[in-house]
Write a protein that binds this ligand. Structure first.
Ligand SMILES: Cc1ncc(COP(=O)(O)O)c(C=O)c1O
Length: 316
């Protein structure tokens, strides 16, 4: 698989995905005449609340295309590729700036498209995949953007980086849903409007680990596909495309079935997250279904246990 992280002409490391959003919009305002009080960004539903918070600080957002839409926020939900060909067929490409949110992808392909290189600008969030400090990335073929973001990142203040990490650290010890958690997270998130230069040793660590992580997630994708193909549960993607997703959504016939299966998984301590997933994989024409999410970073043993529990339930 082609790794884009080593190409410093097109790629910059940055402290986080949220800081990437700020840098991209700083650039669009300064160089592309984007007016944050007039122009709109079309954004899909069901992303994390803090992603909307970050976006709403820099642009008006809308869940539908309007005459003011200038930006399409192309999010590969859970790292499952959007059907880019369908989306591009539907719009006049020249009219829109595409920001590709690859926060849930570690790369891979949809047909001939390399994920993370499709939009005018793409953002990544490596902290989602690795258990270490904040780290994100920015990709663009536009060299002036890469230069612009490099200056922004290099001019950043390291102490804000430490402060943000500090608030996240405090949050770790706070009681869930307490005022202290709320406060620590609000303070941390308010700092994402700054971009910080990530530590070199963090980047080195990422480069050392990334290929293994990609292989693991692709292997798990192949395994889940093979096991569940006869049951028609991954009907949103029975292709041979290989990509390294953050999670694989499984859609059952009914919400009742979804809840019952998750109950069984809970009995074995292998419960999965329940989330909405757009089975059309097309943010312009969505069809959200309740799904159980398989975490693609789990060990084979856990994955086998999860899949076998599901299969046993479906056979009965
Ligand atoms: C879809 C999406 N985009 C962007 C981000 C931001 O990434 P980070 O946590 O690195 O700021 C997140 C993380 O919550 C996300 O889920």
């Amino acid at each position: 698989m082609k790794l884009i992280y080593n190409n410093s002409k097109k790629f910059n490391f940055i402290s986080s995905g949220k800081s990437s959003i700020k840098v991209i919009f700083d650039y669009l305002k300064e160089k592309k005449n984007i007016n944050p009080k007039f122009d709109e960004a079309f954004v899909p539903k069901f992303m994390g609340n803090w992603v909307y918070s970050q976006l709403n600080q820099v642009i008006c957002t809308s869940p539908v295309l309007t005459k003011n839409t200038k930006i399409i926020y192309l999010y590969h939900q859970f790292g499952i590729p959007q059907k880019i060909d369908e989306i591009l067929n539907h719009i006049d490409r020249k009219k829109f700036i595409i920001i590709e949110d690859s926060a849930h992808c570690l790369g891979g392909k949809y047909k001939e498209y390399n994920l993370g290189t499709i939009g005018d600008y793409a953002l990544f969030s490596f902290s989602k995949f690795f258990n270490f400090s904040m780290l994100g990335g920015l990709y663009s073929k536009e060299s002036s953007f890469i230069k612009f973001s490099k200056v922004k990142i290099n001019n950043s203040k390291t102490f804000i980086y430490f402060l943000t990490n500090f608030f996240h650290f405090i949050n770790f010890f706070c009681k869930k849903n307490s005022i202290y958690e709320e406060l620590a997270m609000s303070l941390a998130y308010s700092l994402y409007n700054f971009s910080f230069k990530p530590k070199q040793n963090l980047i080195k660590l990422l480069k050392k680990k990334i290929q293994k992580e990609i292989n693991l997630r692709i292997d798990n994708l192949k395994f889940v596909r093979n096991e569940l193909r006869p049951y028609d549960l991954l009907n949103y993607d029975l292709s041979n495309d290989l990509y390294a997703p953050w999670a694989i959504p499984i859609i059952f016939n009914s919400n009742k079935q979804t809840n019952e299966i998750n109950g069984k998984l809970r009995d074995f301590n292998i419960e999965m997250k329940v989330m909405n997933f757009d089975i059309n994989r097309n943010l312009l024409n969505t069809n959200y279904k309740k799904s159980l999410l398989i975490d693609t970073s789990v060990k084979k043993l856990v994955l086998e246990k999860q899949i076998n529990t599901i299969k046993k339930y479906l056979k009965k």
